[in-house]
Design a binder for this molecule. Structure first.
Ligand SMILES: Cc1cc2nc3c(=O)[nH]c(=O)nc-3n(C[C@H](O)[C@H](O)[C@H](O)COP(=O)(O)OP(=O)(O)OC[C@H]3O[C@@H](n4cnc5c(N)ncnc54)[C@H](O)[C@@H]3O)c2cc1C
Length: 695
């Protein structure tokens, strides 16, 4: 196999300049194959100028290696006449003369930089009498124009043809994977927007989009932190894509025996298979990176959520790693079978292939939920560094073998382009928003409000931003975290607005149903309100952050905290729920920030919100916007009864009810399960969006 790869690599040198596309799509490898077939058949013969003690006569030298140098061939009369005669008698009329001339000028000596002493026409003109015999056993070197064995020429020609065909199929199937992987979300999104499709979508959603594949697990991790279960629809994408990968790795092989490069059919097909899986892995690289990106074209072109793309990112990455592993194992098995393992093991391309494979496997392990939970920041930095090793390893792997002649590197360039595009747009967004000074206010024991003045973003719901607080993490200034966006103007209202019942906290904060009206004492002061709301204008955004164990733990009262914002980004699509007759907003704790922007976008809204008694300050802080919501069920210290809430909406008789839930995993998963069950039984049509604050 090494011989094959060397042959492919050296033959590549015959091409002028770096490749411009993929094999079969802009790049041809061995055209005209008859020319290569003749060259392969004569290039092993010893010439007068060959180095006699270099190796056995007839060795398969393929160019610069072996006893015969390109310079030697370039000046050897009988080598050139034998090659020219073979080409003239083997290549049929379908091969235009210019192709033969071109082949001759670039490939006749085995090196594009060494020109033969004659052109093709001149070499033919040297042949006065057609040759009558072949190179014999008694010949020590080529001393006349000889006939080449027709069977050998045919085998060499077909070897090259079939190899090139296999390579073309690799490229084609790689493109198929990329197009299907990328195109499926786009096509499905377009499909759901076509006329008359909405009723079909309504029927399918409770079976495909809403339910989880494994019981009631989706946001909550599976037992033993095995990961997060995908929804049925997400699973179908993954199953379809995995099956397509298997089909693309298994189909489309053509074998030709006898074969100049592979000793038997098993080796030949194994050689193609190992190359196929390598190319398919390369083809998946841009898709894997795209799916994880913030600035992901698919987020703009489809109505799929960011969290769905993160699920797909993980699964497509697993499929990618499977292709890498299969590629490496297949090559290993093949080399051992061909007896060339020892030689391969010492090469640079092999070492870089191992680097890429090992890091791809390490990424699988270190991306598990266990490590993401253990330390998200360590996971993230490690993930990026390991990805760099995978890409660099892959690049050197093909660079050492093919010197950028066959276009494999274009898959990697595409992957890098996707990654850099995302990063550059992030920087642009941060620069556009500019450095800001935020007012941080502790509103509850573990919740802070972050008001960032002067930012004018659309007040649309379903958006989040990534906030940097470099002053809090001077050793990791790049650290940033996603938070839902509230337009500060939404919070402006009369502070005397009231919430109901025990939500006031001054009465009985726990187990209190604060629906309807009641007194609540605001902890806000006019000064702070003014400051926080961005002065007179009130322009700006507000984040409510529940402190966790990392950077957010450091957020405390501050009048002027340096803040950078990368955003806004869409998270969940909002069209479906906003078109409902009724909008039920269900929130747990700080999840209120994910649902509150909807109140300004829908006229028939009910807000149901439960918070721990300790977070009662948050309820008071949001008293203003909540006071404008006619129907609400705010509970401090007690849980919402989601089943009862849904039943009530159903009883009321709305045709279409949109449910948006944002909060702890249990609340999100329960709501998903209950809405799914209701949506299957009708007659009410249910739209569901789950914003879980986690990916
Ligand atoms: C779309 C979205 C919107 C969110 N909106 C809000 C909000 O409005 N208010 C709020 O309090 N919280 C929100 N969160 C959650 C918030 O991002 C995390 O609580 C925060 O990142 C934790 O930071 P930490 O370093 O203090 O936490 P750590 O204690 O280090 O991590 C706790 C957990 O937070 C998650 N996390 C940490 N860093 C990131 C990151 N960079 N990207 C994604 N997840 C991360 C991980 O699951 C991790 O296990 C939102 C999350 C998402 C994905």
């Amino acid at each position: 196999m090494r011989g094959v790869l060397t042959a492919v690599g050296l033959a590549a040198l015959a091409l002028p300049g770096p490749a411009q596309a993929l094999i079969g799509y802009g790049i041809t490898m061995y055209d005209p194959s008859c020319g290569f077939g003749c060259y392969d058949s004569v290039s092993g013969y010893m010439l007068e100028c060959s180095v006699m003690d270099h190796g056995p006569v007839g060795a398969h030298s393929h160019g610069a290696g072996g006893p015969t140098s390109p310079e030697c061939r370039a000046s050897d009369t009988y080598f050139l006449t034998t090659l020219a005669y073979c080409m003239n008698t083997t290549c049929d009329a379908s091969t235009p003369r210019w192709k033969l001339e071109k082949f001759w000028s670039e490939q006749a000596t085995g090196s594009k930089t060494v020109a033969s002493k004659w052109s093709y026409a001149e070499a033919l003109a040297q042949i006065k009498e057609p040759p009558t015999d072949e190179y014999g056993e008694d010949d020590h070197h080529l001393t006349r124009t000889v006939l080449l064995d027709a069977e050998t020429v045919k085998a060499n020609t077909l070897t090259r043809e079939y190899f090139e065909y296999a390579e073309m199929i690799h490229s084609r199937y790689g493109l198929v994977l990329l197009i299907v992987g990328f195109g499926t979300p786009v096509v499905i999104s377009i499909f759901t927007r076509l006329p008359y499709m909405s009723s079909l979508a309504d029927k399918l959603k409770p079976y495909l989009v809403y339910p989880s594949l494994i019981g009631t697990y989706h946001v909550r991790p599976l037992p033993y932190l095995l990961g997060n279960a995908a929804t049925v629809g997400q699973s179908l994408y993954v199953i379809m894509f995995a099956a397509l990968n298997i089909a693309m790795a298994a189909a489309g092989y053509k074998s030709v025996q006898p074969n100049a490069w592979f000793g038997n059919q098993w080796q030949e097909v194994m050689g193609y298979f190992s190359a196929r899986t390598g190319v398919l892995a390369f083809a998946l690289t841009p898709l894997v990176i795209l799916l994880s990106g913030r600035n992901n074209i698919l987020l703009w072109a489809t109505n799929w959520s960011h969290s769905t793309f993160m699920v797909l990112h993980r699964w497509v990455a697993r499929i990618y790693a499977a292709q890498v592993i299969v590629h490496s194992i297949a090559e290993l098995v093949l080399y051992i079978d061909m007896g060339s393992y020892e030689a391969e093991f010492k090469t640079e391309y092999w070492a870089w292939g191992i680097v890429a494979t090992v890091f791809a496997c390490a990424m699988l392990v270190f991306s598990s939920l266990f490590f993401r939970r253990w330390s998200y920041e360590v996971f993230l930095i490690g993930h990026i560094i390991m990805a760099v090793f995978v890409i660099a390893g892959s690049w050197y792997h093909v660079e050492f073998l093919f010197s950028r002649k066959w276009g494999y590197e274009f898959w990697l360039y595409a992957a890098c382009a996707v990654w850099f595009f995302d990063r550059v747009i992030r920087v642009f967004r941060i620069l556009k928003n500019g450095p800001r000074r935020a007012v941080v206010t502790e509103v509850a024991e573990d919740i802070v409000r972050v008001d960032v003045k002067g930012i004018r973003w659309t007040a649309a719901p379903g958006l989040h931003t990534y906030a940097y607080f470099p002053a809090l993490s001077p050793w990791r200034p790049w650290e940033n975290h996603p938070f839902s966006i509230l337009p500060t103007a939404l919070l402006q209202s009369k502070r005397e607005a009231s919430l109901s019942g025990a939500a006031s906290g001054s009465d009985t904060p726990s187990n209190a149903d604060v629906e309807k009206s009641g007194g609540i004492t605001s902890t806000s002061t006019p000064e702070r309100d003014h400051q926080a709301l961005g002065g007179a204008s009130g322009t700006g955004i507000t984040l409510y952050v529940r402190k966790s164990k990392g950077l957010t733990k450091l957020l405390a009262n501050h009048n002027s905290l340096l803040t950078l914002l990368d955003g806004p980004y869409p998270d969940n699509p909002t069209d479906g729920v906003l078109k409902s007759d009724r909008l039920l907003l269900i929130a747990g704790g700080v999840g209120i920030t994910g649902v509150l922007p909807y109140i300004a976008r829908h006229t028939n809204v009910k807000v149901c919100w439960s918070v721990r008694a300790l977070a009662e300050g948050l309820v008071r802080d949001l008293e203003g916007p909540l006071s404008r919501v006619a129907e609400k069920d705010v509970r401090v210290g007690s849980r919402l009864d989601v089943a009862a809430l849904l039943a009530e909406e159903e009883r009321t008789g709305w045709n279409r009810v949109g449910v948006v839930v944002c909060g702890p995993g249990g609340l999100c998963d329960d709501t998903r399960t209950l809405v799914t069950a209701k949506a299957r039984t009708g007659p009410t049509v249910w739209e569901l969006e789950v914003d879980a604050f986690s990916w």
